[in-house]
Design a protein around this ligand. Structure first.
Ligand code: FEO
Length: 175
């Protein structure tokens, strides 16, 4: 059985992962509006990833004998001043998510909850990749400095991103 503190903390993270997806879906619609279909596609894949993270946590809570309680999702921005500004927000947001995952691990260790700690380790590794990818795109957009030709080349590159279902998600049968 999950400790009630752990159960509540993961429930909060389930909500934050859905909220993260909602932020990226909003960015996708903004990029659609700009006519940058590749950027929009990248954000839609990002939205799908966040939804999957949320569903993985939801599946884990159920499997560990806890109760999932879904809460309202907070409002998100709908406009950004530039593609760079949007990706800077992605980077800041992912750093925040990394800190939240670390807090969950700290709690699991405090409670000597080894199964939740093991479950969370996939997210710890995933966050390193998420932050690194966002930082790479911020650096590229800084380098490009709004040059239309380079932005269109990047748009083509981002349009090729594919969604891959993580192995633990398949194992939890959440999708
Ligand atoms: Fe699920 Fe991008 O953190």
């Amino acid at each position: 059985m999950l400790d009630p503190r752990m159960e509540q903390a993961i429930n909060e993270q389930i909500n934050r992962e859905m909220w993260s997806g909602y932020i990226y879906l909003s960015m996708a619609t903004w990029f659609d509006d700009l006519g940058l279909k590749g950027f929009s596609h990248w954000m839609r894949v990002q939205h799908k990833e966040e939804e999957t993270h949320s569903l993985m946590m939801l599946g884990y809570v159920s499997e560990a004998g806890g109760r999932v309680l879904l809460a309202p999702i907070a409002a998100v921005d709908t406009e950004w001043s530039s593609p760079l500004a949007a990706f800077q927000e992605v980077l800041e947001h992912e750093l925040k998510v990394s800190a939240w995952i670390s807090e969950l691990v700290d709690l699991a260790l405090e409670l000597k909850d080894h199964s939740t700690n093991a479950f969370l380790q996939w997210f710890v590794t995933e966050q390193v990749e998420e932050v690194s990818t966002a930082k790479g795109l911020v650096d590229t957009l800084k380098f490009v400095d709004g040059n239309p030709h380079s932005v269109l080349m990047l748009d083509r590159e981002l349009g090729a991103r594919a969604f891959t279902l993580p192995a633990p998600a398949a194992a939890l049968g959440v999708l």
